[in-house]
Ligand binder design. Sequence first.
Ligand SMILES: [Zn+2]
Length: 294
Amino acid sequence: MKFVSVFWLILLMAILWGCQPTATASLPVQVEVMAVATAVPPTPTSQPTNQPAPALPTAVPTTTPSPTPAATATPTITPTATPIGPCDQRDPGDDLLAFVTLTYGLNRDFQPADLVPLSDYFGNDVTLGYPTEVRQIIIEPLIQMIDAMHAAGLEPLIASGYRSYSQQAIAWDKWNREYPERAAIISSPPGHSEHQLGTTLDFRSPELEEIVGEEGIEFHTYFYKTSEGIWLLENAHKYGFTLSYSREAFDVTGFYYEPWHYRYVGVELATELYESGNFLAQYLLDTRSLPCVP
Ligand SMILES: [Zn+2]
């Protein structure tokens, strides 16, 4: 019996002993789990608090790609802007809508390719016998307009058409010499005249002398009071011509009101400008990129 008791005692102890390592072994695991569990919570605890904040920076990088496409879009515009060179090297080619002002000028050598003499199409009663040239492209609409004016009993005179850079320089000198106080009103410096484009005309009226009360006067703001001036203002757009230097145009063009100065831009645009009350320079400024570096 004593042996049996001792045996059971040893057996019990052996079991207990055998269990202990198992318990000890499982303990570290528990501690580890605990440690992990303890370690994890703080991190999430601090992270959730910060997460909304990091979430923003994460959203910003997401937005950052947008600026990148935007930056990619800018170069797309840049090519249009890149070819812009100095205005004194500018050649607008046959562009009917070349933007020419006191600020944005033309190359001194620029000359339209399709110039023709007005005298091939009109008599001296219109050309005054001057050797005026214009671009071929405006001949047909000009014939129609002059015919319509004649039909209305008017006597339109064309005093000026294409002027080369050097012709404009001579005119500019002449006006500055003869009318220093009016030169800037009735003329423009070479390279800055729409007349160099070959699509622009200066009209005169036989009524001007009487209206102004000055013999031999060629250009005067009172042209707008003449029958020809009134007709042109109301009808020129139907033939594609527009008044370049309206009273409102000064701030944009740098040129004063010139009621006798019409430029061909095509019927569609001329009509749009007429109906909206807008003028060419403002339209070009709003719809086109700047043509050159002054
Ligand atoms: Zn003119």
